[in-house]
Ligand binder design. Sequence first.
Ligand code: ZN
Length: 331
Amino acid sequence: MKTKFKNLTEFTQLFNQEVKCRKYFEAIRFKKGDYCPHCGHSKILRFSDGKRYRCVKCKKDFTIKTGTIFGESKLPLQKWFIAIYLLTTSKKGISSIELSEQCGVSQKTAWFMDHRIREAMKQNDGKLFGTVEVDETYLGGKHNRKQGFKNKIPVMGMTERKGKIKAFQIESRETHIIFNEIKKNIDPSAFIMTDEASVYKKLPRFGYRRGGVKHSQKQWVKGEIHTNSIESFWALFKRGYHGTYHSMSRKHLQRYIDEFVFRFNARTTEMDEKFMEIVQEISKRGNLSYNGLTGKVAPKINYEKRQTIKKTQANKSALQTSSWRNRALKV
Ligand SMILES: [Zn+2]
């Protein structure tokens, strides 16, 4: 089946029927062969309605959405696809009110869809290389003179020049927390650019090369040294924050950050590729219920996710990692 599209017209032509959406998703989900989402068995039977499957081994029935972020929701894939298209292409994001109007669903459903799609936009574990700018900012909460930044949430960002970006909500700006993030996300060969915050001056002690600018003295650029790329990402994020979302709770802030990071990193990627990337992620990630999203119960984990967790746990125990926290605290 055709999977390419360049604009909204081509997109709507491609996915104008539910059956076409199902075929597209099936091709992605069973790319490496059929499998049962309940037990992982590779022999499944297809019902003649084209909507259901049955596992030959465990005899359980399922649909193409079972065990994925689309879950057991009654929503047609067509609506999901429109939501994914909008969230991956709108520069400043799309609020649940807007999404509910565009997809013809309730605002609660739209909020739920929005967050589930963001789940598929989660940042990966890869490291950054080359010249990497590092900076922090404060997001969310209300800023007032009395309490200062007390209610705001510190967020740390790092970006390769003209390359990938990563950003995370952090607990606080303590040295060991900042250094942990640097160690986890930046290759030791990188040249790190920062402002004059004292925590970064300790970077060379940990083997990193560092260049700094003094923002307090109105020094923004010193030759190649500046933090303009990460600052422009903060500006973009804050425009989305104020213009589209208005407020982001502490509980869900990281999902919004992931959304902006995804779009930023995919800024030069073709529309149909970005779309496919998200749908691929959705096929791999387990179902996420409303209670799971709001933190009331742990999300269900599907067969593929269980395999990945097993692998990571095995890798972790094999690696004797030194305690970065203790090292940083000694400084
Ligand atoms: Zn099975």
